[in-house]
Each structure stands twice: as structure tokens, then as C-alpha cells.
Design a protein around this ligand. Structure first.
Ligand code: MN
Length: 257
């Protein structure tokens, strides 16, 4: 099995090291990851500046390829230029911090997996629910076992799995749940500050307002110590509204008064 591993926290982060080590137990691992942290860059790609790729070594051993670009860049160039044959699966993570509800939109971790789905390659995004995460080993084990189950069952083209693992010891995990994307949103705060030259600037902060209260949602599942696994898709069409809008007479838009 050929496995492409990437992330958004950068090639030198702890999460990707633990994931790569675990996945070597079941396949041939290629790591292609951003040189620097790219959290919250979403599905951005690099078009106007050169994309530089260098070999990256950890403690003298070859670890993977560092890309001066985004997580989506890493998947594209990893599959098209770095790997000799396409991978059987792409795994993005293990992210330091959860990617549930609205965060999925901004997430570089999920976007890397979504890029693989666009390229018709099965993919999994994996996150641990703490920026200072301590329990990567269990999330890595989940990644390995879910990879085996996913390749056995297959995923429809365009679908990827978004996995969130509570940052607690394995024995405290309440269980594993199949979930949907929740609706919890950020209450944004732009903190106003003054730079050393006396000019105003802003720094984004805020809190996630948790409106999900159902174990079938990703955010509520992890809050209750469950591992959350959601099948998601990049098709943003609202199919219900597509049907109801048929009654709008949109083809006559130019003749409305
Ligand atoms: Mn991140």
C-alpha cells in the first residue's frame, strides 16, 4: 500500500512524525508537507510564486519533502511530481487542534484531504482536539485502522473522512461515532493593538460558540469524549434549495420588474 502523508502544521510538527511512523506498519509512506505552519489557510494553492521542494531530514534520516506552499499544494505536487505512482490513500494530520463544524471550511488539514478527494484518491483528515496535544499515539492507531477499513469498503469519488480524536488517554475514550459536520461557529474578536511605531493593528481571536447538542455531530461527539468520523464532500451545492428554486422562474430573471 502506498500512503501519502501531509499536514498543515508543517513538516517538523510532532503530529505528522507520529502518523508517519504508525503508517509505516501498513505501507510505503511518502511525506510531502509544508515547510512552515499553514493552519487556517483553507484550500489555498500557490500560483504566483515558485513552488520550491527540498528534501527534509530529521536527526540525519530522510523524512520527506518540504514544500514552500500550502497543504493543497503538497497533495497536488506530491501526487503529480514526487511520487512515481499515485498513492492508494492520502492522510492529512495529525493536526494539533480539532477540525469540526465551521472550522472544516478554514482548515488546511481538511483541505489537503479534500484535494486528494478531488483527484479521486481516498483520503482521511485526522485531528487531535488540543493545540498542545499529548495523545497522538491513539489518533495514529485510529488512522491506521481506519485506513484499512476505508480501503476495504471504498469511498465514493469526492468523499473524504474527517476524523477528530479527543486528546485523552485511550482508556478514557467513550467510543467511536459516525457523525455529521456540526453548526457551531466562532464568535470572532479582532483585538486592537498598537505597534511599536504607534500604528493600530488587529489580531484575530475568539471562542467557538457550541450550538451542537447531538452525538451525531462532530463537535458534540468530541466534547463527550468520542472519536468522531464524518464523511464529507467538496460539492457545495444545496440540493434542497436547487429543487425549491425551480419555482423562482430564474430563467426569466431579465424580465422581472
Ligand atoms: Mn494545523
Amino acid at each position: 500500500m502506498k500512503i501519502l502523508i501531509t499536514n498543515d502544521d508543517g513538516i517538523d510538527s510532532k503530529g505528522i512524525a507520529v502518523l508517519a511512523e504508525e503508517m509505516k506498519k501498513v505501507g510505503e509512506v511518502t511525506v510531502v508537507a509544508p515547510r512552515t505552519e499553514q493552519s487556517a489557510v483553507g484550500h489555498a494553492i500557490t500560483m504566483k510564486i515558485p513552488l520550491r521542494v527540498t528534501e527534509y531530514y530529521k536527526n540525519g534520516d530522510f523524512f520527506g519533502y518540504a514544500v514552500e506552499g500550502t497543504p493543497a499544494d503538497c497533495v497536488k505536487i506530491g501526487i503529480r511530481n514526487i511520487m512515481k505512482t499515485p498513492p492508494d490513500i492520502v492522510i492529512s494530520g495529525i493536526n494539533h487542534g480539532s477540525n469540526t463544524a465551521i472550522n472544516i471550511i478554514y482548515s488546511g488539514t481538511v483541505s489537503a484531504a479534500r484535494e486528494a478527494a478531488i483527484m479521486d484518491i481516498p483520503s482521511i483528515a485526522v485531528s487531535v482536539t488540543n493545540h498542545e496535544a499529548k495523545n497522538f499515539d491513539f489518533a495514529a492507531k485510529i488512522s491506521r485502522l481506519l485506513t484499512i477499513l476505508t480501503l476495504k469498503n471504498g469511498l465514493p469519488n469526492g468523499t473524504l473522512l474527517n476524523v477528530n480524536v479527543p486528546d485523552i488517554p485511550e482508556e478514557k475514550i467513550a467510543g467511536i461515532l459516525l457523525t455529521k459536520q456540526g453548526k457551531s461557529k466562532w464568535e470572532d474578536i479582532y483585538e486592537e493593538r498598537i505597534d511599536p511605531y504607534g500604528k493600530k493593528y488587529y489580531w484575530l481571536t475568539g471562542t467557538l460558540t457550541e450550538t451542537d447538542n447531538d452525538l451525531e455531530t462532530d463537535q458534540y461527539a468530541i466534547k463527550n469524549n468520542y472519536v468522531s468520523i464524518s464523511p464529507i464532500h467538496f460539492d457545495l451545492t444545496d440540493y434542497n434549495t436547487f429543487k425549491t428554486m425551480k419555482s423562482w422562474g430564474i430563467e426569466n430573471l431579465l424580465s422581472i420588474t
